[in-house]
Design a protein around this ligand. Structure first.
Ligand code: HEC
Length: 150
């Protein structure tokens, strides 16, 4: 029992420390590159689902693409909150620092819909998937409208 308890504590610490290491970037530009890389992947895999739903390509990889989108969804947000990263090679608006609460809730709304997209894609019903694709797209647009300079 005690051993098990210690094991759980160690495991928790490992996860916490790994999480902290992961959130650190040597330079602000590294954080910018990281989050842009995640966004590019999101755009690619989400775009593939959209193309398949629109009939522009085969739908063979929809389930995998939706899984990738759901897996990427929690990754980039720390990198958006690194101080100073509203300057440099970025289109992120400084509003992220002025209204971090809204940024985080926009991110959470997207994550929630992305998880649902994965579940609906696994269910294989195209009509439901179209609806859910639209719901996710809305959350991408909402955040870009609020926090991305164009
Ligand atoms: C909570 C906010 C938020 C959500 C949700 C979000 N984005 Fe973004 N996205 C941003 C911001 C801010 C940038 C600008 C990043 C930068 O330049 O540092 C960005 C940049 C991008 C880029 C350009 C990347 C580059 O540098 O070339 C693409 C593509 C993109 N997002 C796609 C998406 C897609 C697709 C979704 C939804 C499936 C999505 N984003 C959801 C905030 C968000």
């Amino acid at each position: 029992m005690r051993k098990r308890f210690i094991y759980v504590i160690c495991l928790t610490l490992t996860i916490v420390v790994a999480g902290m290491a992961y959130a650190q970037f040597d330079k602000p530009q590294d954080a910018i590159k990281y989050r842009q890389a995640v966004m590019i992947l999101l755009g690619h895999h989400f775009g593939k689902i959209g193309a398949a739903l629109g009939g522009a390509s085969e739908d063979k990889t929809i389930v995998q693409d939706a899984r990738v989108v759901a897996m990427l969804a929690p990754l980039p947000w720390e990198a958006f909150l690194v101080p100073g990263t509203d300057n440099g090679d970025t289109t992120m608006s400084s509003k992220v620092f002025e209204d971090t609460g809204t940024f985080k809730s926009d991110a959470a709304a997207f994550e929630k819909e992305a998880i649902k997209l994965d579940q609906v894609a696994a269910g294989g019903k195209m009509d439901a998937l179209k609806v859910q694709f639209g719901a996710v797209a809305k959350t991408c647009k909402a955040c870009h409208g609020n926090f991305r300079n164009r």
